[in-house]
Design a protein around this ligand. Sequence first.
Ligand code: GDP
Ligand code: GDP
Length: 457
Amino acid sequence: LDDEDQALLGGETLDKNHAYSQKPVGVLAVVGRPNVGKSTLVNRILGRRAAVVEDTPGVTRDRVSYDAEWTGTDFKLIDTGGWEADVEGIESAIASQAQIAVGLSDAVVLVVDGQVGITSTDERIVKMLRESGKPVILAVNKIDDTNSEYLAADFWKLGLGEPYGISAMHGRGVGDLLDVVLDTLSKAKKTSGFLTPTGLRRVALIGKPNVGKSSLLNELAHEQRSVVNDLAGTTRDPVDEVITIGDEDWLFIDTAGIKRRLHKLSGAEYYSSLRTQAAIERSELALVLFDASQPISDQDLKVMSQAVDAGRAIVLVFNKWDLMDDFDRQRLERLWKTEFERVTWAQRVNLSAKTGWHTNRLLSAMSTALESWDQRVPTGKLNSFLGRIQAAHPHPLRGGKQPRILFATQASTRPPRFVIFASGFLEHGYRRYIEHQLREEFGFEGTPIQISVHIRE
Ligand code: GDP
Ligand code: GDP
């Protein structure tokens, strides 16, 4: 391995004891009324990274939180550009947008339109932001050249301090804005809860509305509910809840969000997706719930993909089993072979939150998935294994040459990530073969595996 390879591996290996391979300095929300340029700004900040997200097949496109980076510092970015005002009107839509984004963030960038000037909607957003108590940075967008800089000054009137004139479209002033953002984030009180460490294993209960999340939580909690706030040394986020299953304590994330029924607000799908994403970000394990008595929908599968793409351990829970007849069971078995092909490595628990039937099976599935998520294969063992499978089934010739695996190592856990150095391009099918064999040999039940291949000439 040369220095470059070492550097590639080193950063991540150091973090093996942490749930997050990066340590973002905080969470930033970008808010503002429609058409001021929020999405343009978010794309500008993400730069090439956004393109990478879009180009990866199977990765959900409508993500709402992103890993962003500026001058070597990582932060999380929440994009609220995805909502559309519906029948309930723009006011309530903006209110919910701001409320949720702000609730999840440590600092906020309010984007306004310099060419339009201050609007009454801007003023109302400012009022809500003030009540939140979060630090606010004011970005006056569409200041495309020096001649229009004077337009930004008018926004001092909003009382948020210095207005930063930017052009999201051309990049003008965005660097200076980000310097201020990072400075603010590093000083901000970390209230987002996104990254709060606790000693407990963190579980997100996810699934589209009405699959039975609240019911399952209630069933698991029985009478032994305790608000996390009361426990010393754990997160102070009041929406989390500690639930004892078997004799282990688990931190269930974002349960208040589920109970509050935010998805009933305007822009329902968008908000529930934002909630889901936030819960996944903070979790180690996702319990993905389905209503087994109903057809499996795209939304069901999307929620599942969000968890897999985020690299979380998962357990698939088919709820409402008490309603199932033979016909339903056959329908589900057929779906299992098609719609769930991507997650055949996941454990599946059929249960009824209503009657409590089989809820006792969750514990072992959850523990197994997390053990897999944490599992590390020693480098020596990995390489001798790869040598064996390569001998048994060599990569097909490409242009008369035989691409070979030269060396591999598991760069990180949570989820397991393997870096393979090869003498030539490894086809998709061959990567699938490697993943399949890895699972056969080492288990990894319940966790996604990531494999990246680097070509050494
Ligand atoms: P959002 O609804 O707040 O996410 O706004 P968009 O990012 O979709 O932008 C709304 C419109 O403003 C689009 O037509 C953009 O091309 C335009 N826009 C965004 N940023 C700038 C800018 O810096 N200068 C100018 N002149 N137009 C911009
Ligand atoms: P959530 O929106 O995912 O939190 O779903 P809820 O927990 O509110 O459940 C939605 C509906 O499904 C409620 O009427 C529940 O009583 C019902 N429900 C939940 N779990 C079960 C179950 O296992 N069996 C049956 N028959 N109904 C269930």
